[in-house]
Design a protein around this ligand. Structure first.
Ligand code: TMP
Ligand code: ASP
Length: 236
């Protein structure tokens, strides 16, 4: 598949057109940002880990009934995906209190939630991705009620599957963020990525952080943590 002009460059990925109107190529970078781009850095090898892990998760999720944008892994950093228009929502699912939820609600990090918590943030960098609820989403016409029902259902299915799958690999799934897109015919599918950039992964025994919080919080050992997740999940 020929790579054509670059459509978009985000903080962690570039997106290219291809010969096929319905397919894009995403290319994962080693660039890391946090706090809405205020903190910048590089995590060596991150692009490879995130590309390979995200594809691995999406292939597994397809098998449990979550449609995704994944088509084919082209090389270590590049993947062929279905063209979508992103629904401008960050869909966050939480099993254990951490990060912004801990701050907002005064719950110590590590507090288990009695049930999975879904939160939505409106994707707008200028506004700092503010949290919104169903009323805002429908009133602003971000998506329809039918679409949000599908999105929430898939988000919970992703959570249930990944919780169980990662437990076997000695990883606690604390929380994660996913995004959905609409294909040309309007079908809602899982898009963007699922990786240590977009999830909180804690070692089940030591609770050591194995994700981007090591970069956000200057904990050191960022590359080692990403490599460790890849080793546990892909055996390399
Ligand atoms: P938070 O606790 O900072 O709100 O983050 C919740 C989850 O969402 C966590 O797994 C990290 C992920 N996340 C992103 O993927 N992108 C973002 O821009 C933010 C703020 C969080
Ligand atoms: N990548 C996001 C940013 O730069 C935030 C994050 O993952 O913490 O804003």
């Amino acid at each position: 598949m020929e790579k054509r002009e670059q459509l978009y460059e985000g903080k962690a990925k570039k997106v290219f057109k291809t010969d096929d109107e319905e397919l894009y190529i995403v290319s994962y970078k080693d660039d890391a940002t946090a706090f809405n781009g205020l903190k910048k850095g590089t995590i060596v090898g991150k692009g490879v880990v995130n590309n390979r892990l995200s594809n691995h998760f999406m292939r597994l999720l397809e098998k449990v009934g979550v449609p995704t944008h994944y088509v084919e892994e082209l090389n270590d950093r590049e993947t062929l995906v279905k063209k979508v228009t992103i629904v401008p929502l960050e869909v966050i699912v939480r099993n254990i209190a951490a990060g912004s939820l801990s701050k907002r609600l005064g719950l110590p990090e590590g507090t288990p939630m009695k049930m999975p918590v879904i939160e939505y943030c409106y994707k707008d960098d200028d506004l700092g991705d503010p949290m919104v609820n169903e009323y805002h989403i429908f009133a602003m016409d971000i998506c329809t009620k039918e679409e949000l029902d599908i999105i929430a259902g898939y988000a919970l299915r992703v959570n249930a599957f990944l919780l169980d799958y990662l437990k076997d690999k000695q990883i606690e799934l604390v929380d994660f963020k996913i995004e959905f897109g609409r294909t040309t015919d309007g079908t809602i599918i899982l898009a963007d990525e699922i990786s240590p950039d977009t999830c909180r992964f804690w070692d089940s025994t030591t609770h050591e952080k194995l994700d981007k919080d090591r970069f956000r919080r200057d904990l050191g050992g960022v590359e080692d943590a990403y490599a460790e997740v890849m080793r546990r999940l892909l055996g390399e």
